[in-house]
Design a protein around this ligand. Sequence first.
Ligand code: NI
Length: 162
Amino acid sequence: MGRLDLVRAARWKVAAGRLLLFVRMKVRLVSGSHFSAAHRLHRDDWDEETNRRVFDKCNNEHGHGHTYELEVTVEGEIDPDTGYVMDFGDLKRAVQKNVIDRLNRRHLNFDVDFLRGINPTAENIAAGIWRELSEKVKPARLVRIALNETEKNRVVYEGERA
Ligand code: NI
């Protein structure tokens, strides 16, 4: 291949790379983790009977524990240099630092700043995790928080749709 051909090939490669920017594929990454925590579902402005009826076992006076399974899903475009949307290690560390380390082995009614004053249902925990994590997964975008409170019960939060 002559020198001129090499230059042409290099230019073509740059042009193809630019074109690829417009057709980059969006891919989702799912990072799984778990934490154990105690909670009590209770409303002070309801009588005991109503609290028991609505919140059942989760109304236990001194709280009780769950092992929560968490699934965090982010979405982004594949970086042509790395082939990654984002490094799975970075995603795992973001979840560990911003969520797991703050919830694991804690009492959700008392020990977690971002849940203060919030009845710690799985729904409210998932929404709180979203708020804590949404700015911490760049360059990807947070699209889904799935939280299992038991093996059979799962809540899913995908942010507020405009
Ligand atoms: Ni419970």
